[in-house]
Structures are given as C-alpha cells and as structure tokens.
Design a protein around this ligand. Sequence first.
Ligand code: TYD
Length: 238
Amino acid sequence: MNVAPTLVAARTSLPPKGARLVGGDPALRPLGLFISFEGIDGAGKSTHISGLADAFKAVGRTVTLTREPGGTALAEKLRAMVLNDVMDSLTESLLIFAARRDHLTTVILPALTRGDVVLCDRFTDATFAYQGGGRGFDVNVLKTLEAWVQGTDGENLMQPDLTVWFDLNPIEAAKRLAGARVPDKFEAQPVEFFSRVAKGYADRQHAEPGRFARINAAQSREVVWLDVLSVVSGKGWL
Ligand code: TYD
C-alpha cells in the first residue's frame, strides 16, 4: 500500500496560513502565544509552569496548560506506552510524534487560533534531546518526522514562540530525583544518558538561539522564577 498521499494530505491539513510558522508572514500569525518548557528530568520546571499560568491569568489571558507526550485522550494513552513499555528508538519516536500530531491539531492550534496562551510542558526539542541525544537515534529521521507533523510545506515549521530551557547539571538533577518517586523509563536512566540529553538541548539552542531562553536551574527556586518572569516580561507578554 502506498501511504504517501495520505501523509501529504494529513500534512497539508494543518492550517497553511495563520499557524505560527517560523519564517512565515508575521501578519498571518494568530493572537495566541506558544511557550514550551524543557530540561532534563529533575531540572524543576513544573512549579514554574503553573506559576507562569497564574501570572498570565492575572493579566486577563486565557491559558491552555498542557504537556507532551500527552494533552489529549489519545496522546495520553501513547504517553503511558512511551513512559513504561520497552521498545526500540524508532517505535518510541513514532509514538511520540503521533501523540504530538493529535495534540497539535486538536488542542494547540485551536487554542492559538482562539488567542490563548499555550504553555506546553515539553515539545519537539525533548524528542531531539531524549531520542536523538539520549538514545542516539538518527536526528535526520527525527527531522523528517518533525517536518511531517509540524510542517505545512518544505520550509515552514510550526514551533513555539519561546522555549524556556531549564538547564541543570545531570549529577545535580539525579540528586534531586533520588527517592522522589518511582522512576519511569527515562527517569531510571543513568547520569550519562542525561548528559547526552543535555547536549541534545544545547544543540537545539545553538541551532535556534532566538527561540530559546536558557535558565540556570541550579539557582534557588525563587531566583529561577524571577529569571522565568524576566524572560517573558522582556518579550512584552506580561
Ligand atoms: P516529564 O515531562 O518529566 O513529566 P513528569 O514530570 O510527569 O515525569 O516526563 C516525560 C518524560 O518523557 C521525560 O522523561 C522525557 C520523556 N520524553 C521523551 O523522551 N521524548 C519526548 O519527545 C518528550 C516530549 C518526552
């Protein structure tokens, strides 16, 4: 069976105009804001995501708070498999991008079109960091999947407006995680895995410095929060 036409049809069903397309016409972008949060396990992003949701609500914005893998009923089922079941790296990447596709088309894009602030706990940079860096999976395959799932043509990719990257030394992150809860498949990985994940994030930041804000997550929680606020305020969004 030739699946290519179906893939092309699905790909072009993303709004060709009006989606936030890197390199697209700014006048066509919807009112919403898309912010993703990244970092290795234990870097401490969660409390700051909910803090930022409250801060946006306080200035009258409607917030869609979501996560990857997950964010829809289907994607949450895929998440449970990805986090718990043993599989090879291609299977893992396909499931993650399948979850992303459902999440993007049924939650993220509609929310952005309504003008919401979408705060997403992890997005595609995590796939490049964990599957590409951590697992050592072929980054060119990931780029192809990224283009299928987030692309509307050969050039433009649907990406966050801002990615807040909580950067923490993997040894420090492991200390923070120790004994916190029963680890999932990724949290149970050794420090060397997280060193490769951290390198994967650094590579993504290097490729797109304008989209990334690196936060030094080794600082106290209060200082990290002030840094997060200052990045978002600096954009004029709060
Ligand atoms: P995480 O975001 O840390 O959620 P929680 O705080 O509930 O544990 O967990 C998601 C895990 O999934 C995390 O270990 C990273 C992994 N992951 C990938 O490997 N690839 C991806 O593309 C995404 C989005 C997550």
